[in-house]
Design a protein around this ligand. Sequence first.
Ligand code: ADP
Ligand code: MG
Length: 255
Amino acid sequence: MSAVIRRGADKPSDSKPLIALRAVNRVHDAGAIAALRNVDLRVETGDCVAIVGASGSGKSTLVNLLCGIDYPTSGAVLWEGRPLRSRRDWSRLRRFRIGIVFQEFNLIPTLTALENVELALLGRRLSAKLRFARAAVVLERVGLASRMHHIVTRLSGGERQRVAIARAIVNEPQVLLADEPTGNLDSASAANVADLLFTLCETTGMTLILVTHDDAFAARCQRQVRIRDGVIVDDTNPAVPFRPSEPKDAAKAAT
Ligand code: ADP
Ligand code: MG
């Protein structure tokens, strides 16, 4: 499967984006390190976006800001046009509307695949029976029906990442953020995991933001955002035309 996923790019420019960064700076060490500099970004519902750039360019920082794991030093992150500030708002979004997949899987090693996925349902006041049923359906969907009762450390890397994807989508999020999800996998498993992500994106209409080093995976996204030294230097196919911005002095902007 290698079709480019095209959605979201035909939104009117005055509609509210699903998520937006507005003049965002993120600095560390009192401004000595600028992870992101004056970043503006709009992600529309249904977008399929690749975030690309060299190691250390700010990709993970961007993803972490988009899900409230990290906060801007200055500037704003908006969800459907509203600025998000409190941890409580973010945790609600992460519970119900944002799914996250990491390079390192981040599963609980002593639990089974099923239990790992069920954990994501704990905040939903579902009966144990319903939790089991939902988790089982999603694990089946990612191709792990026969492995769901295995402790995750007994699974291969590709299978573990499928469990992590199942956990991320079990609450049917609007957006799936994946930070180098294939970075720890051999090429065959990486291709399987990428196929799974693109298929989920196509069949559910879920917005996908995919950080990847793999040009072939990036090319399958409708849009590629390139970061260099904390600045977005290219953005193909955004809903609103891209104009590169001069980064403001990050330390000054942070004060
Ligand atoms: P990427 O994901 O593209 O490899 P990151 O977003 O992880 O890049 O990092 C961007 C820059 O910010 C790097 O120079 C990194 O060293 C720095 N950085 C990230 N997190 C921290 C932190 N907690 N403290 C200091 N520097 C950090
Ligand atoms: Mg990273």
